[in-house]
Design a protein around this ligand. Structure first.
Ligand SMILES: Cc1cc2nc3c(=O)[nH]c(=O)nc-3n(C[C@H](O)[C@H](O)[C@H](O)COP(=O)(O)OP(=O)(O)OC[C@H]3O[C@@H](n4cnc5c(N)ncnc54)[C@H](O)[C@@H]3O)c2cc1C
Length: 415
């Protein structure tokens, strides 16, 4: 028997376990998946939890439920990878050999990287919504908050789901309107980027929405420290932004395991071939999802497209065939804009988000880069799709792993 080990049973790892178990002969391959936690979180739901749109029950389930029965499931912290000797070492000391390794350990927030952020005010006046604990604590805070200066802040790029902080700002606007206290809340969006998003066309559309909703924007803000005693964030150019409630996305980093194993870059992301998903330097080690250093968005939809391509490449690797250079950075993200509407963007390494229709050219029914109620329904349906199709490795009809140019108005960008 040969061994495939999958590190991490989040979105990517669970998908890979499901894909591989249906493709590999059970009398030849053992598949093992390892994760430190029992619970699988639907992380996109962390955006809705603070506004009481989702309940805690809707965003978490027992992870083992999604692991196929022929796959060995180990719940333990992974201590080290020894890629020279093809071994993985667990926290309690057991050593597991592998023939093929898939690293799917994701990314996590590191508030300790910014002076004053992980202070006594953490989850009191400074919150994140990128963890279950942070999102729930923020929900409790918002239930009793009577208004003041809310600052929504991104520490540095890359972050997972780069549009989530903007969505948070839009949802905050409609939440306070519904509560009848919007006039008592001043919302400011603070970003290290020179605009609302990384891509020009989308930045224009999103900037317009910020203006429309009276959300102030502070750009090019490279934070030096949080002065938690005086409620302000300060950047390297000494620009100060005051807050009563700071909602920050701290630095995102790959797991310390990657650093301990000497396999990562300075943010603990694994150097990975951007089209084949094989790691650079270790031909029997592959990486997927947020754990990689790929210049694609760190998103569940991206991991879903990668999983389809990686499954094929692992089968090719086993058969001694050349790997397919197929992954194009395809990302497909709904952007919730509040008041029951959302935008949709679909892009890849080489094509920025543009207007058009999706998935069918001219027909839609979803519109790209334009607010619509249908897009909002798509965003809300994503939770059902996630639990029932996506992590089970079921192909989502009409959405291909690589981006299609059909139905997209690229000609507008050239003008
Ligand atoms: C607020 C928010 C909103 C989002 N919205 C969207 C959205 O609308 N659409 C979308 O597509 N994506 C969205 N995402 C992003 C999406 O959730 C992630 O990109 C996706 O979960 C990445 O999957 P992954 O498997 O790579 O990492 P994860 O799902 O984070 O899984 C990594 C797993 O590895 C385990 N692990 C790590 N290190 C160790 C170790 N040393 N030992 C044992 N186990 C370990 C972890 O416990 C975890 O279970 C959002 C994320 C957030 C935070």
């Amino acid at each position: 028997m040969k061994n495939i080990i999958i590190l991490g049973a989040g979105t990517s790892g669970t998908m890979m376990a499901n894909h591989l178990t249906s493709k590999l002969p059970k009398n030849e391959w053992n598949i093992t998946i390892i994760d430190q936690y029992k619970t699988h979180y639907y992380q996109p739901g962390f955006l809705f939890l603070p506004f009481d749109i989702y309940t805690t029950k809707q965003v978490k389930k027992n992870g083992k439920k999604f692991i196929p029965k022929h796959v060995n499931y180990i719940q333990e912290k992974i201590e080290l990878i020894n890629p020279e000797k093809n071994k993985v070492i667990l926290e309690k000391g057991s050593v597991i050999d592998y023939d093929i390794l898939i690293v799917a350990t994701g990314t996590k927030i590191a508030p300790e990287e910014t002076e004053g952020m992980n202070s006594s005010e953490w989850h009191k006046s400074i919150f994140d919504f990128y963890t279950y604990e942070g999102s729930k604590a923020l929900r409790d805070k918002l239930r009793e908050w009577e208004g003041g200066k809310m600052v929504i802040h991104i520490t540095e790029m890359p972050i997972k789901c780069p549009v989530a902080p903007l969505e948070f700002a839009f949802l905050a606007d409609s939440y306070f309107k519904q509560k009848g206290i919007r006039d008592k809340v001043d919302i400011t969006f603070v970003t290290p980027l020179d605009g609302a998003f990384t891509k020009p066309k989308a930045t224009k559309a999103l900037h317009y929405l910020l203006e429309e909703k009276n959300i102030k924007e502070v750009t090019d803000f490279n934070i030096e420290r949080v002065d938690y005693e005086n409620n302000k964030i300060i950047d390297y150019a000494s620009v100060e932004v005051n807050y009563d409630l700071l909602v920050t996305v701290p630095t995102n980093m790959g797991d310390d395991l990657i650093e301990r194993s000497g396999m990562g870059d300075d943010l603990n992301y694994i150097p990975t071939n951007k089209t084949t998903l094989q790691t650079i330097g270790y031909e029997n080690v592959f990486a997927i999802g947020d754990a990689t250093n790929l210049p694609a968005s760190k998103a569940g939809s991206v991991a879903h497209f990668e999983a389809e391509i990686l499954t094929e490449n692992i089968l090719r690797y086993i058969e001694g065939k050349e790997l397919k250079e197929e992954f194009d950075g395809h990302a497909n993200c709904f952007i919730e804009t509040g008041n029951g509407k959302a935008l949709l963007i679909d892009f890849n390494y080489t094509h920025e988000p543009v207007e058009g229709t999706f998935p069918f050219p001219g027909v839609g029914p979803l519109s790209l880069l334009k607010e619509s109620r249908m897009n909002h329904m798509g965003k809300m349906a994503f939770r059902w799709i996630y639990w029932n199709m996506l992590i089970k490795g079921i192909h989502i009809p009409f959405v291909s792993a690589t981006m299609t140019e059909k139905g997209k108005h690229f000609e507008d960008v050239k003008q």
